[in-house]
Write a protein that binds this ligand. Structure first.
Ligand code: MV4
Length: 451
């Protein structure tokens, strides 16, 4: 097993990784910027190293400083968390070149999935269903025209180096295609230094459903079911649930079997998430994330497994030691991402938290690095707490979510708690009747009601 893990992250996820290490008897090294000297992950870690000034590019993205911290503390592995360097294949390569285990997939798989065209190509070859569209990159506007005519409008032009909603342009008709093609390529070049684009039929009211997988280095691959992440605004997820309100156990098993077979073939290792769009009962793969995700706790709650511990075991070379039939799904889990933002305008609201009170009781989990008196720094992601509830049924999970949102107190800064309380009361949410556009419209209606 690993002896000492360097946690190359901050906030709630650094704490989450530290907790898994502690329970496994693994020592931890926190790295932090000068702005995070009094952060909870630094306080709890066995050792800590300051790696630079507040700006992420000088600290949490500073590869040389992080590798030096690993060397001087004698760490034997690096866990990247999510964001920052977690999907940087060059970083994973450097970590391994320094004789450390990277707690994640191989650099080759990170690189493959970072190229959205290569990712789709791999999944197509492995028989995973895709959104209809171009086979690979588009070489010309004429090619875009002919593929669009085949799959029918509306279509989307997407950047090969994009993902997470960056570098996408819709064309609703042939007249709009040239503009979409030009703008998508220009933006992709400016944002990623790569103007490769591809085309897909635009699905107008999909749900975003993703499948959690875990693989060991010995050909063992399992899935831990799906998460429904359709409740998002401007590509920021606010609420996630496991399982999806629209999926049956039979549909989950069928998708899971297809995906685990594909990843075994690919030789994938460690945690991964396949993102699908779901519309009218059909799944279409769009992207794969090669990291632990923010919303992993809802999966843990329904499966009763610790995904970070599994990541650490697999990174140490251990076999999973169980198969798909050993994994059972119990009840329903819902997560609210509580951010330091104004609940109506979404203006960032960093600053000092006077009072922090976390809810509790059966089926309630809070992943947060907050404490009373802590000052949320303005330099990073605004996530301050994940409230995760579990219930025997979706209805029980919702009731538990409502009462825990009412118990929770974060005073001194604005948070999205009031918005989450409103979402839980919405009839569409309670019925599970929503798609990726529902929350945007719900927020717009609230804003109109206020002006
Ligand atoms: C799409 C789509 C509709 N049709 N692709 C946005 C993020 C990126 N991961 C993929 N995205 C989308 N791709 C086709 N062919 C709609 C979106 C999309 C979206 C997807 C998931 C969650 C939220 C979203 C919000 C807007 C658009």
């Amino acid at each position: 097993m690993l002896g000492k893990v360097l946690i190359a992250n901050r906030g709630e996820i650094a704490l989450r990784i530290h907790r898994a290490c502690q329970e496994m008897g693994i020592r931890t090294v926190a790295v932090h910027s000068t702005a995070d000297a009094s952060a909870m992950h630094v306080r709890l870690a066995d050792e800590s190293v300051c790696i630079g000034p507040p700006a992420a590019r000088d600290s949490y993205l500073n590869v040389a400083a992080i590798l030096s911290a690993a060397a001087i503390t004698g760490a034997d592995a690096v866990h990247p968390g999510y964001g920052f360097l977690s999907e940087n294949a060059n970083f994973a390569e450097m970590v391994e070149a320094h004789g450390l285990a990277f707690v994640g997939p191989s650099p080759g798989h990170i690189r493959m999935m970072g190229d959205k065209i290569a990712a789709k190509d791999a999944m197509r070859r492995l028989g995973v269903p895709l959104v209809p569209g171009s086979l690979g990159a588009l070489n010309s506007l004429e090619e875009a025209r002919s593929v669009a005519a085949e799959v029918k409008y509306p279509v989307l032009i997407k950047a090969a180096a994009g993902g997470g909603g960056r570098g996408m342009k819709v064309a609703r008709s042939e007249e709009e295609l040239e503009e979409a093609w030009r703008v998508a390529r220009t933006e992709a070049k400016a944002a990623f230094g790569n103007d490769e684009v591809y085309l897909e039929k635009y699905l107008d009211r999909p749900r975003h459903i993703e499948l959690q997988v875990m693989a060991d280095a010995h050909g063992g691959v399992v899935h831990f079911g799906e998460r429904d992440c359709s409740l998002q605004r401007r590509h920021q997820k606010l609420v996630e649930e496991a399982g999806s309100p629209v999926l049956s156990a039979t549909e989950r098993d069928a998708l899971g079997a297809q995906v685990t077979r594909a990843l075994r073939e690919l030789g994938y290792r460690n945690a991964g998430t396949l993102e699908f769009l779901w519309q009218d009962g059909q799944f279409a793969f769009i992207e794969m994330n090669t990291r632990l995700q923010v919303e992993h706790p809802v999966t843990e709650m329904v499966c009763g497994i610790d995904l970070v511990k599994e990541q650490l075991r697999v990174a140490a070379g251990e076999p999973l030691g169980y198969g798909q039939s050993d994994i059972r799904f119990h009840g329903h889990a819902i997560e609210c991402r509580i951010t330091a933002e104004n609940p109506d305008t979404f203006a960032p609201s960093p600053g000092r938290v006077h009072t922090y009170h976390a809810p509790g009781g059966l089926g309630v989990r809070v992943d947060s690095a907050l404490y009373s008196g802590y000052a949320v720094p303005p330099h990073y992601d605004s996530l301050v707490a994940k409230l995760v509830v579990h219930g025997a049924t979706r209805a029980e999970a919702i009731a538990r979510l409502r009462r825990s949102l009412d118990e929770m107190v974060v005073d001194g800064i604005d948070t999205t708690l009031p918005l989450h309380r409103a979402i839980v009361e919405a009839p569409e949410f309670q019925a599970g009747d929503y798609n990726i556009h529902w929350l945007e419209r719900f927020v717009a209606r609230r804003q109109e009601g206020r002006s």
